[in-house]
Each structure stands twice: as structure tokens, then as C-alpha cells.
Design a protein around this ligand. Structure first.
Ligand code: HEC
Ligand code: HEC
Length: 386
């Protein structure tokens, strides 16, 4: 079986290296046959539908990773949103309620495990899925590269105060700069995979060993989920855990290729830079030195500084290194393949999204409002070429 996969891998890579652009869902060009095999194993686990016998629940949002990450190919998004909740006191201090901030959509049938909205909850927020294409390249960007873009004290006087999310990586216990999630709450794909497996699917793992659900106390949770063991166990054949396989899939998943670039797109891109969109949506970052040539000092055309900003769309939830009013600049690559937009999925078009930019982006929004109709059309065409 291993040999067959290897041969298929080589044949597949041979076939695709003749074309320049990877298709949505393809692995990064140039990976080795062994890496391709890891990617395939990861894809299998990423699309596998889990059941309660395998550890799903007691509370969950989906039964497979691909359930929420599938458009326009496995690894993308869907138009679902999830809900988060918490408590804010009169002084504006945020506190997490029993079981974290994620208010799950479903629970397995067991009267002890039904998700409850605690009476104290008075902040609610929606979150859309984020696309995962090119995630391995984003992971390979060095912390220092993100830190160099910070300007929390607005030293250059442009009103933009990007801040890096300082977090502790659960996988290594090391201080890191977060870059994944709307709040930049995780720095590595392994950590995010562990987080998602437990929080989205209720499957406990080495990084997130406890079941949690909003409104269920740890004591009640022990009663409704009596099996006190890690649910994500190592595969006897490969020695790998589910979270290792997710990591491999995400690491080697290629970014979406850009759409055709014509004169109008080029004009729109120039406007994007001139009016200051690029101050946060940084067109390109470089990966750091890396032992793997696929990730070694490569350009990453993600259109994000990976910093936290207050553009007055903040969702009120304090999470990891991010304040209630901060959201991490979303990458704009692959924008044409996803709708709705913004963290809450409440904007349907790029123009709707731009008009919601306030706070640190107020001056840039003002510039946008002064564009001619043709300039706005060019800008929209550029954004939809990404
Ligand atoms: C119920 C829907 C749902 C399921 C199931 C789900 N995700 Fe997600 N995913 C989301 C949402 C929503 C976000 C944005 C979360 C946030 O920042 O609060 C997200 C974000 C991510 C990110 C961050 C991407 C970035 O660039 O910032 C990664 C990585 C990820 N998911 C991996 C996974 C993996 C691995 C699984 C399976 C174990 C999974 N997801 C299952 C909805 C889902
Ligand atoms: C001060 C930093 C900043 C500036 C300047 C800025 N943005 Fe944003 N942009 C953000 C943040 C932060 C979000 C996410 C907000 C949210 O989801 O609530 C965002 C979201 C978006 C989205 C939605 C992306 C998605 O995946 O949902 C688009 C499109 C966008 N910006 C385009 C632009 C354009 C075009 C400009 C220039 C007119 C611009 N932005 C200027 C920070 C900025």
C-alpha cells in the first residue's frame, strides 16, 4: 500500500509539474514523494466524518474538518458561522464563563451534556471559517518578520497601530507570535489542529486533553463524558495522531493561484496601494530560513501583516493575545473564492467590507470614499482577482 501511494505520488507530481499553477486543493509544488504521502494521509483524516464512538462531542460544531472547510475545494470555507459568548461587567472587563467562549451548535443526545447559555452571558459574536490554502507558508513566516511590522504607538503618525499577538504555543510551551484565527490565537498548525479537534469536534488530544463546552461546569462534564482518556490516539500502523495528520495536510496545502491579471486589475492594485489598504493588507511577506527548500525564504503573497488592529469591528471577545476590539488583518489571497466576508460573515461584497472599516482604518476609508466610480470598479476587480 505504502509503495502504491509512493508511485501514485511520483506520477501525480510528475503530471502536475508540467502545469504551472496548482489547482484548488492541490499540494505545494516541489514537495517530495514522502511529503505527498503525508499530505494524502492528512487529507484522509481531514475529510473523515467522526462519530460519538470515536469521541465526537459531547458538544461539537461539525463532524469533520472538511465539513466547514470545503469551498471551493477541501481546505476552503463554508458560509456557516459559529457563535462565541462571554460576560462583560460594568467596567468593561471581559470574563470567560464556565467552559470557554465557544457556544457549540450541537451536542450528542444525552440530557447531561446539552449546551446551555449561561444567564450571565451578555456578549455574543459570530465567526466565519478561515480558508487554509497556503497555511504552511504562513506558518513559516518568522516571528521577527511580523514583529518588524508592529507600530502600536503610531510612531509614523498614519493612525495605524498594528500589534503582534503575543501568545504561548501550546505545542512547545514557547512564547510565539500568533497568526492563525481571527484573533491570531495560535502560532502553529499543530496547535490550531489540536484546538479545532477539541473545540469544533469535541475530540480531546494531547494538546487539549479536557472536554469543555460553554455553560457546562467541569463537574457536570465529568458526568456526561465519563471516559477519561485522550480520544485522538496514535494510529497503530503509522504511529501518527489525527492532529499530526491535520498538520501535514495544512502544511503542504498550496495557496490558491491568482486569477488573470489585466490592465484593470493592475490599475485597481495601484489604487489599493495608493489609498493605504496595503498598510495593513501587506501584499507580500517572506518566510524565514527553513531546512525544507519548499519553505525556505519564499515570498508569500497573502495581503496581510498578520497583526491585530482595531477597525471598530471587534467582536467583544478577549482571546489569547487579542483585546475585545481587535481583529487580525485577514489575508486577501483567494478572496474571489469566498463569501460572505469579515469575521462575522455579515458583509456580502468587498465594498460592504471596506465601508465597515473604521478606527485605525478611518483615514483609508475616507480615501476610498473619495475615489471615482471607475476607480472603485477597478479596485473591486483587483480584489476579485486575488
Ligand atoms: C464547525 C466548523 C468548523 C470545523 C468542523 C473546523 N473548523 Fe477550522 N475554522 C472554523 C472557524 C469558524 C475558524 C475561524 C475561527 C476563529 O478564529 O475563531 C476556523 C479556522 C481554522 C484555522 C485557522 C486558519 C487561519 O489561517 O487563520 C485552521 C488552521 C483550522 N480552522 C483548521 C481546522 C481543522 C484541522 C479542523 C478539524 C480538526 C477544523 N478546522 C474544523 C470552522 C471550523
Ligand atoms: C488598519 C488596518 C486596515 C486597513 C488600512 C484596511 N484593512 Fe481591510 N481589514 C482589516 C481588518 C482587521 C479586517 C477584518 C475585520 C473583521 O473581520 O471584522 C479587514 C477586512 C477586510 C476585508 C474582508 C476580508 C475577509 O476575508 O473577510 C476586505 C475585502 C478588506 N479588508 C479590504 C480592504 C481594502 C480594499 C482596504 C483599503 C480601502 C482595507 N481593507 C484597508 C484591516 C485593515
Amino acid at each position: 500500500m505504502k509503495k502504491l501511494l509512493l508511485c501514485l505520488g511520483i506520477a501525480w507530481i510528475g503530471l502536475h509539474s508540467q502545469q504551472n499553477l496548482p489547482q484548488p486543493g492541490d499540494p505545494l509544488p516541489g514537495i517530495t514523494p514522502h511529503e505527498f504521502e503525508m499530505f494524502r494521509l492528512g487529507l484522509d483524516d481531514f475529510t473523515e466524518v467522526e462519530t460519538a464512538e470515536e469521541g465526537l462531542g459531547p458538544a461539537f460544531n461539525g463532524t469533520s474538518c472538511a465539513g466547514c472547510h470545503s469551498v471551493p475545494a477541501v481546505g476552503g470555507v463554508t458560509s456557516m458561522t459559529e457563535t462565541r459568548a462571554g460576560h462583560v461587567d460594568e467596567e468593561g472587563n471581559f470574563t470567560e464563563l464556565n467552559g470557554g467562549t465557544l457556544f457549540h451548535l450541537f451536542s450528542v443526545p444525552n440530557h447531561l451534556c446539552q449546551v446551555q447559555i449561561p444567564a450571565k452571558a451578555n456578549v455574543f459574536a459570530r465567526r466565519s471559517p478561515l480558508p487554509l490554502f497556503g497555511a504552511g507558508l504562513v506558518e513559516a513566516i518568522a516571528d521577527e518578520t511580523i514583529l518588524a511590522l508592529e507600530d502600536p504607538d503610531d510612531r509614523n503618525g498614519d493612525g495605524i497601530r498594528g500589534r503582534a499577538a503575543r501568545i504561548e504555543d501550546v505545542a512547545t510551551g514557547r512564547p510565539r507570535i500568533g497568526r492563525f484565527g481571527w484573533k491570531a490565537q495560535q502560532a502553529t498548525l499543530l496547535a490550531f489542529s489540536g484546538d479545532a479537534y477539541r473545540n469544533e469536534m469535541g475530540i480531546t488530544n494531547d494538546l487539549f486533553p479536557e472536554e469543555v463546552a460553554l455553560g457546562i461546569s467541569p463537574e457536570s462534564m465529568k458526568l456526561c463524558s465519563p471516559r477519561q482518556r485522550i480520544e485522538d490516539v496514535r494510529d497503530r500502523r503509522t504511529g501518527l495522531r489525527g492532529i499530526d495528520n491535520f498538520e501535514s495536510f495544512l502544511k503542504f496545502l498550496a495557496p490558491l493561484a491568482r486569477g488573470p491579471v489585466n490592465e484593470q486589475v493592475r490599475r485597481g492594485e495601484a489604487t489599493f496601494r495608493v489609498i493605504g489598504c496595503a498598510s495593513c493588507h501587506t501584499p507580500q511577506l517572506m518566510t524565514g530560513p527553513n531546512a525544507n527548500p519548499v519553505f525556505d525564504r519564499k515570498p508569500v503573497a497573502l495581503f496581510s501583516d498578520l497583526l491585530l488592529h482595531n477597525i471598530e469591528t471587534g467582536d467583544g471577545i478577549v482571546q489569547a493575545g487579542a483585546k475585545a476590539n481587535e481583529i487580525r488583518t485577514p489575508a486577501l489571497w483567494g478572496l474571489r473564492s469566498r463569501r460572505p466576508l469579515m469575521h462575522d460573515g455579515a458583509s456580502l461584497t468587498t465594498e460592504d467590507s471596506i465601508l465597515r472599516h473604521g478606527g485605525e482604518a478611518s483615514a483609508v476609508r475616507q480615501q476610498f470614499l473619495s475615489l471615482t466610480k471607475d476607480e472603485r470598479r477597478d479596485l473591486a476587480t483587483f480584489l476579485n482577482s486575488l
